[in-house]
Write a protein that binds this ligand. Structure first.
Ligand code: ATP
Length: 243
């Protein structure tokens, strides 16, 4: 008997959303399976951040969405977090006047104290370089380290799916590699990652699959290792593909 693909952790079907009367997303379909890194690519203004905001309950949407076996219709951001869906928003800022450890503890607000302590340690274990600075104020961290701290905050609740919106923004290439390496570590630990990025090559190097969006619509879905994918994406970015 053929083995079937695992049940998706996230399944979005015919999702449409926007800002008030401004329609942005048009009937988007997207699937993320457990322990998979999925890159969501596309030119500026394509609607990638809007899709993440819709999935995490920050924007109202129509269509259908299931997450970890639940129907997410009408779910608020808090419901999404409780279900195991964490969104590290673009340009996420940490509390620079708090210590590294307090920033991570804060992200576990409301969790039972003992469990929170354990999971804070586990989140910090992903990033030895910021763990070593746990008692220092976050203001003393470099930009890349603050980005790692933002990801560590997202990990405290042990999400089933972590959505990262442009974690590389403003970082040097070396730091980008380190932040993306964390996504691979997460996959190894069984967490699925939905990664919005402008850096196509680096994203494809860590991703299992990729989607590309243009003007609010998914125009491509592919396995990240497909040899002609960078070229197909380039055509999409430069508007050479007819849609
Ligand atoms: P980028 O890589 O530039 O962030 P993106 O693919 O994430 O691009 P979105 O930020 O989702 O794109 O934007 C999609 C569209 O929605 C754009 O036309 C943008 O101008 C519009 N938009 C984004 N935020 C708002 C808002 N708060 N109010 C109205 N329109 C918005």
């Amino acid at each position: 008997m053929p083995t079937s693909a695992p049940e998706p952790v996230l399944q979005v079907e015919g999702l449409s959303a926007g800002y008030g009367k401004i329609g942005v997303l048009k009937s988007v379909n997207l699937v993320v399976r457990p322990g998979e890194i999925v890159a969501l690519l596309g030119p500026n203004g394509a609607g990638k951040s809007t899709l993440l905001k819709s999935i995490s309950g920050l924007l109202p949407w129509s269509g259908a969405m299931r997450f970890a076996g639940r129907d997410m219709a009408g779910a608020q951001p808090r419901d999404c977090v409780e279900a195991g869906l964490v969104h590290v928003v673009e340009g996420h800022r940490v509390f620079t006047q708090l210590t590294v450890e307090d920033n991570v503890l804060l992200a576990g607000y409301g969790m039972p104290a003992a469990q929170r302590r354990v999971q804070v340690e586990e989140a910090l274990d992903f990033f030895p370089e910021i763990k070593a600075k746990r008692r220092d104020k976050a203001a003393t961290l470099s930009g890349g380290q603050q980005q790692m701290l933002a990801v560590a905050q997202g990990l405290v609740r042990k999400p089933k799916l972590l959505m990262l919106d442009e974690p590389s923004a403003g970082l040097s290439p070396v730091l980008v590699d380190r932040v993306l390496a964390a996504a691979s570590q997460l996959r190894a630990a069984g967490t699925a990652v939905l990664l919005v990025e402008q850096l196509i090559e680096k994203s494809l190097a860590v991703a299992d699959r990729a989607y590309a969006m243009v003007r609010g619509t998914v125009v491509l879905e592919a396995v990240a290792s497909e040899p002609d994918l960078p070229e197909r994406l380039e055509r999409i970015y430069f508007g050479l593909d007819s849609q």
